[in-house]
Write a protein that binds this ligand. Structure first.
Ligand code: B3K
Ligand code: ZN
Length: 872
C-alpha cells in the first residue's frame, strides 16, 4: 500500500473564500494542442481576509501573469502542480494571466477537451482549474464574458449566456463573444467549438417572452434531436406550472457530444449532453432511451433554478442541487408517464444502487462530512436518497407548505450559494414545524429497518400496529439516532376491498403514521373485519420494511391493493421469498405454483395498464436478491431465479403467447407512455417465454427480432435469443453488427447485450471483445457498455468462482486509471461490497482491491475508492 495518503477535505473546515472575482473576461485561441487562454479578472479580497492569493490551476503552462497591467517577475509568484500563489496583492485589482493547454491529449474528459474533432468542456466539480487559474470553488460567483477565436472549420463558437458580438478575422478565422449576465460559479462555465448541425425551435414563456431553443449535434443528426427538443419544451412549461419557475435568458442551448464521463451537464444556458442521452429515433433508440432522454433533459433544464440560479456553498452541499433536481425530474416524469409506474421504477433504481451503497464500505450520508475526491460523491445516496428525503419532507409538512417553502427558498437565495440547513429552514418557516430532527436524514448514513407487527381484536374492532426502527451501523457511524419516518398505511378486507377505519376520531381509508421514536404503537379503531395491512404505501420512506404479514395478505394486495406501488411490492416480496427459499435449498413448489397462478390473474386484469403489468412480471433482479441474502451466493441466486422463471414460463405460456400476439404494434410508432407500455409488456412476455429454451420459443424470439420495426423490439428479440443462446443468437448478433456498425450508440448496445449473457462462455467472450476493433476504452459509453454491464448486470459470471471476472475488472480499472481517473473510479463499485459475499468469493474480490491499491501512480479517485473499500 502507498504511504503518501492524501488528506481528506472536511465540511467542518469550511471557510469563506479569501478572494472574490466579480467580473471575468476570458479569451480562448482554440488549437488542439496549444490552446491559449487569457484571463482578465476583477479580483477583490473578501472581507478582512489577509494573506497571499492562491488560485487553483492544474496542467496549465503559465505564459504570463500581471497585476493592474504590470507583468509580474519570476520572484513575485510561485506555481506548482496545484496552485498559483502571489504573495503580495492589493485589496482590489485586475489579475491577468495567460496559459497554454492541450485539449487534444486530455483523455480525462475534464476541463477543455476534444470529442470527435470538436472542443468541449466539463468543469463540474473541479475541472475549471484545468482551463485557467481560479479559486475553483462553488461559492465564488462571477459574471463571465468569453471570447472564442479559431479557424472557420470550427463553425460554431458557443459559450454561456447571450452572443454579443461575432465576426471574421484574417487568415480564414473567426470569433464570437458571449456574455452571461447571471453571476455563476466556474463549474457552470462551458464552451463548445466545432462543426455541428442545429435543430432550432422556440418557446413563449409564462410572462410572454420568446426564448430561442437550439440543440447542436453531429452533422446529419439534427432529426434525432427532435424528441429531446420536445422534452425540453415540455420541461420548461412544467416548471412554470409546477414551481412557478420561468427561464431567464433569451437563448437555451444543448450540445451533444460522444465522449462524456457521465450523462449530461447543466452549464448555464449551454447544457452539454452525452449523445446517448440526447439522440433518438425509433430505429436506433429503445423506449428506455426515450424515457431517459426525457428525464435527463428535464433534469438539466430544472437545474437552471435549482443549481444555477441557486448553487451550493461547498461540495458537501451537493444534494442541495442534485437531490432536489432529481426530486423535480421525478415529478415531471410521473406527470408525463404515470405516477405509479414512475414510482416503481424510481424505487427499483434506489434499491439497486443506493441500498447497495448503504450496505457497503462507501456508505455515506446524503450530506457527507468529508471526502478526498468530490467526483466520487456523485452517488445514488446524494442523488436518489437526496430526492427521497425531499419527498418525505413534503409528506410530513403537506403539499401547500412544501410549495410555500420552495417559493421562499427561490426568493431568499436567488443569486447565491447556500447550504442544506438554509434549504430546510425555508420549510420549517413555511410550515411552522420544528424540523431539527428531520435534519438527521441528511447526516446519518444507512438504510433504516422498520419492523411492523399487527394485532387485530375482532371484539373491540381495533387493529394495533407496533412499529419499531433500527438503522444498522455504517463505517464511521456506529451509533444511530431514530429518524422521523412517515409510514403511509391503508387496510384491505379479505376480498381486497379498501377497509375504512377510525384514527383520532376521524373515519378514513389511509393515514400517515410518523414514527419518530425507536418504537411506537398505534391503534386504529372501528376496523370491521380482519384486515390485510398495506403499509409504506407509495414507498413513503427509503427504508426496508419487515412485517409479520402472512403470504395470504400479500396475495390480497397483489390482486387488489389500490396503491399500485404496494400491489407491485407484494408480488416482489412473494417472488423474493420463493427465490431465497430455493437458493437456501428449500424450494416451496406449492408456493411457486400459487405465485404463478396469481401472476397470471394479474396479467389478464383488463383494468391494469400494460406498463404496470410489465413491471409486475419482472422478478427481483439478482443484485437485489443478493442484498437480501447474507452472505450472498450469486450462483445459487442465479439458479434459483432461473428455476422460478422456468416455472412461470411453463405455467403462463398460453397467456404469454396471447400477450405477445395481441400487443403487436400497429400503425405509426409513438414513443409516448402508452406505446412504450405496450412494447414493454410484449417484450416482457417474450423474455419470460425465453426462460424455457424450447425450439418454438427460439423461433418466436428469432421471428420477433427479424420483424422488429424499431430498436425496442430488436433489442427485445436479441435479448430473448441471448437468454436461450445457440446458433440463432449468434446469427442475430452478427446481423445486428453488420446492420448497425456505423452507429456508435447502437453498437454500444451490441457490446452491452453480450456482457449480460449469463451463459458459461460469457466471460471469455467479454474478454475477447476488448480486442474487437470497435472497442474503444477511451470512450466512456463504449467502456461502460462492455465492462460495467458485465460487472454490474451479470452477477452469475462476474462472480465466477475462479476470480477471473474480478481480475478482468481490476485490469480494466488499472488501464483506464492511466488516462481517465473519474471513469476508472466508477468501475470500482462492483468490487466494494466484498464483505457481503461468500467468504471464498469475498477473499478473491478483496485480493483484486489490494492489487489495485498497490499499483504505482494510482489516481486519488481510484485510491479513495479502493482504500475505503478495504478499510470499511
Ligand atoms: N451536475 C452534473 C454532474 C456532474 C458530475 C461531475 N463528476 C450532472 C447532473 O447531475 O445534472
Ligand atoms: Zn443534476
Amino acid at each position: 500500500m502507498r504511504t503518501d495518503t492524501p488528506q481528506p477535505i472536511r465540511l467542518s473546515d469550511y471557510r469563506p473564500p479569501a478572494f472574490l472575482i466579480d467580473e471575468a473576461h476570458l479569451a480562448f485561441d482554440l488549437k488542439p494542442n496549444t490552446t491559449r487562454v487569457k484571463a482578465k479578472l476583477a479580483v477583490r479580497r473578501n472581507g478582512d481576509h489577509a494573506g497571499p492569493l492562491r488560485f487553483n490551476g492544474e496542467r496549465l503552462k503559465l505564459i504570463s501573469a500581471a497585476i493592474d497591467g504590470r507583468r509580474l517577475g519570476d520572484q513575485e509568484f510561485a506555481v506548482d502542480d496545484e496552485f498559483l500563489t502571489i504573495a503580495n496583492v492589493p485589496d482590489a485589482f485586475t489579475l491577468e494571466t495567460e496559459v497554454e493547454i492541450d485539449p487534444e491529449n486530455n483523455k480525462a474528459l475534464e476541463g477543455l477537451y476534444m470529442s470527435g474533432g470538436r472542443f468541449c468542456t466539463q468543469c463540474e466539480a473541479e475541472g475549471f482549474r484545468k482551463i485557467t487559474y481560479w479559486p475553483d470553488r462553488p461559492d465564488v460567483l462571477s459574471r463571465f464574458t468569453v471570447r472564442l477565436e479559431g479557424p472557420k472549420s470550427l463553425s460554431r463558437l458557443l459559450s454561456n449566456g447571450n452572443l454579443i458580438e461575432a465576426g471574421e478575422l484574417p487568415g480564414g478565422r473567426h470569433y464570437a463573444v458571449w456574455n452571461d449576465p447571471f453571476p455563476k460559479p466556474c463549474y457552470l462555465f462551458a464552451l463548445v467549438a466545432g462543426e455541428l448541425d442545429m435543430l432550432e425551435d422556440q418557446l413563449v414563456t409564462m410572462s410572454g417572452r420568446t426564448v430561442a431553443l437550439r440543440i447542436y449535434v453531429d452533422p446529419g443528426m439534427a432529426p434525432r434531436a427532435a424528441y429531446a427538443m420536445d422534452a425540453l419544451k415540455r420541461s420548461m412549461t412544467w416548471d412554470e406550472e409546477a414551481y412557478g419557475r420561468e427561464y431567464d435568458l433569451d437563448l437555451f442551448m444543448i450540445v451533444a457530444v460522444r465522449d462524456f464521463n457521465f450523462g449530461a451537464m447543466e452549464n448555464k444556458g449551454l447544457n452539454i449532453f452525452n449523445s446517448s442521452l440526447l439522440l433518438a429515433d425509433p430505429a436506433t433508440a429503445t423506449d428506455a432511451d426515450y424515457e431517459r432522454i426525457e428525464s435527463v433533459v428535464a433534469h438539466e433544464y430544472f437545474h437552471n433554478w435549482t443549481g444555477d440560479r441557486i448553487t451550493c456553498r461547498d461540495w458537501f452541499q451537493l444534494c442541495l442541487k442534485e437531490g432536489l433536481t432529481v426530486y423535480r425530474d421525478q415529478g415531471f416524469s410521473a406527470d408525463m408517464r404515470g405516477h405509479a409506474v414512475q414510482r416503481i421504477k424510481d424505487v427499483k433504481a434506489l434499491r439497486a444502487r443506493q441500498f447497495a451503497e448503504d450496505q457497503g464500505p462507501l456508505a455515506h450520508p446524503v450530506r457527507p462530512s468529508s471526502y478526498l475526491k468530490i467526483d466520487n460523491f456523485y452517488t445514488a445516496t446524494i442523488y436518489e436518497k437526496g430526492s427521497e428525503v425531499i419527498r418525505m419532507l413534503r409528506t410530513l409538512i403537506g403539499p401547500d407548505a412544501f410549495r410555500t417553502g420552495m417559493d421562499l427558498y427561490f426568493d431568499r437565495w436567488d443569486g447565491h450559494a447556500t447550504t442544506v440547513e438554509e434549504f430546510v429552514r425555508c420549510f420549517a418557516e413555511a410550515s411552522g414545524q420544528d424540523l431539527t430532527h428531520f435534519f438527521a436524514w441528511y447526516e446519518q448514513a444507512g438504510t433504516p429497518r422498520v419492523a411492523l407487527k399487527q394485532a387485530y381484536d375482532a371484539k373491540a374492532q381495533t387493529l394495533t400496529l407496533e412499529l419499531s426502527q433500527r438503522t444498522p451501523p455504517t463505517p464511521g457511524q456506529g451509533q444511530k439516532r431514530p429518524l422521523p419516518i412517515p409510514v403511509v398505511v391503508g387496510l384491505l378486507d379479505q376480498d381486497g376491498r379498501p377497509l375504512a377505519f377510525e384514527r383520532d376520531g376521524e373515519t378514513i381509508e389511509e393515514t400517515v403514521i410518523v414514527l419518530t421514536q425507536p418504537s411506537a404503537t398505534v391503534t386504529l379503531h372501528k376496523v370491521a373485519r380482519e384486515p390485510a395491512v398495506s403499509a409504506l404505501r407509495g414507498f413513503s420512506a427509503p427504508v426496508v420494511l419487515e412485517t409479520d404479514a402472512e403470504a395470504k395478505d400479500r396475495y390480497i394486495q397483489l390482486a387488489a391493493d389500490p396503491d399500485l406501488f404496494n400491489r407491485w411490492e407484494a408480488g416482489q416480496t412473494l417472488a423474493r421469498e420463493l427465490i431465497l427459499a430455493r437458493a437456501a435449498g428449500q424450494p416451496d413448489e406449492v408456493g411457486e405454483e400459487r405465485y404463478a397462478t396469481a401472476l397470471g390473474r394479474s396479467l389478464s386484469d383488463q383494468a391494469a395498464e400494460p406498463a404496470f403489468k410489465a413491471l409486475l412480471m419482472a422478478l427481483p433482479s439478482e443484485p437485489d436478491l443478493a442484498l437480501a441474502l447474507q452472505p450472498a451466493d450469486p450462483a445459487a441466486i442465479h439458479e434459483a431465479r432461473e428455476a422460478l422463471l422456468m416455472r412461470l414460463s411453463v405455467h403462463l405460456e398460453p397467456e404469454l403467447r396471447r400477450l405477445h400476439t395481441g400487443l403487436q404494434d400497429i400503425g405509426e410508432f409513438s414513443p409516448d407512455a402508452a406505446g412504450a407500455g405496450r412494447r414493454a409488456l410484449r417484450n416482457a412476455a417474450l423474455e419470460l417465454l425465453a426462460a424455457n429454451p424450447r425450439s418454438d420459443n427460439v423461433d418466436m424470439a428469432s421471428g420477433h427480432f427479424e420483424a422488429a420495426a424499431n430498436m425496442t423490439d430488436a433489442m427485445g428479440g436479441l435479448n430473448a435469443l441471448m437468454q436461450m443462446g445457440g446458433e440463432r443468437y449468434e446469427q442475430a448478433l452478427a446481423a445486428f453488427y453488420e446492420r448497425w456498425k456505423g452507429e456508435p450508440l447502437v453498437i454500444d448496445k451490441w457490446f452491452s447485450i453480450q456482457a449480460r449473457d449469463p451463459s458459461e462462455t460469457a466471460l471469455g467472450r467479454v474478454m475477447g471483445l476488448t480486442t474487437h476493433p470497435a472497442f474503444e476504452s477511451k470512450n466512456p459509453n463504449r467502456l461502460r457498455a462492455l465492462v460495467s454491464s458485465f460487472a454490474n448486470f451479470n452477477p452469475a459470471r462476474f462472480h465466477d468462482p475462479s476470480g477471473a471476472g474480478y481480475r478482468f475488472l481490476a485490469d480494466q480499472i488499472l488501464a483506464v486509471d492511466r488516462f481517465n481517473p473519474m471513469t476508472a473510479a466508477r468501475l470500482v463499485d462492483p468490487l466494494d461490497g466484498w464483505r457481503r459475499y461468500k467468504p471464498e468469493l469475498g477473499a478473491l474480490m478483496k485480493a483484486e482491491l489490494e492489487r489495485i491499491a498497490a499499483a504505482e501512480d494510482l489516481s486519488k479517485n481510484v485510491l479513495e475508492k479502493v482504500s475505503r473499500a478495504l478499510e470499511g
